[in-house]
Design a protein. Structure first.
Length: 189
């Protein structure tokens, strides 16, 4: 089975938060979602969708549920049955939205088809720490970083406890480990 290499970036993030991953060619959008979750370090707690233009696009790929079926204005295709290879033959860029409350918008860029046998996803490179779940999107993450990096900030203690840091630990917004990403990706399947 061949693979596809992608660069995936959280749009408008600062510092830039991105990953370069390879996934099997036969992957469904649901498996691709799980690979993105693993590569970034998200914990798969929220809804997601893939589409050409972003949230509320006319056609998207997501898990089917009672909220996204039966609407004639929008078409939701089953992420568990739809293959990524059929879409990325036509589209070189796509969007992945994770958590409709925080609205993490990721830009997916098709980079190349991999001829080698690829049986499971893996991460090649990346940058930037994955923001904590439920931190309020880009604005909330920026507020969290400001609080953690401003000595004596009134919300600093609350954020330290909330994200589980000890008083000696610091949040490094630039930290990324290919090794840790690949450990998470090895758990898929």
């Amino acid at each position: 089975m061949h693979g596809i290499q992608f660069k995936i970036e959280i749009e408008n993030s600062s510092p830039k938060i991105w990953r370069r991953i390879v996934v099997p060619y036969e992957y469904t959008f649901y498996k691709f979602h799980l690979a993105i979750q693993g590569a970034f370090g998200w914990s798969n707690q929220h809804l997601f969708e893939f589409s050409e233009k972003g949230h509320l696009d006319k056609v998207c790929y997501a898990e089917l549920n009672e909220d996204n079926t039966g609407d004639n204005e929008f078409v939701t295709k089953d992420a568990k049955r739809s293959k990524i290879k059929l879409v990325f033959v036509k589209h070189r860029e796509f969007k992945y939205i994770y958590d409709f409350g925080d609205m993490w918008s990721h830009k997916i860029k098709f980079e190349e088809l991999i001829i080698n046998e690829i049986e499971r996803p893996y991460c090649l490179d990346g940058g930037g720490a994955c923001p904590p779940e439920d931190c309020g999107g880009l604005g909330g993450y920026e507020q969290l970083l400001n609080s953690l990096n401003t000595p004596g900030h009134p919300e600093q203690e609350t954020y330290i406890r909330w994200i589980g840091l000890s008083h000696k630990e610091r949040w490094d917004a630039n930290f990324f480990s290919v090794r840790e990403a690949n450990i998470r990706l090895s758990l898929i399947d």
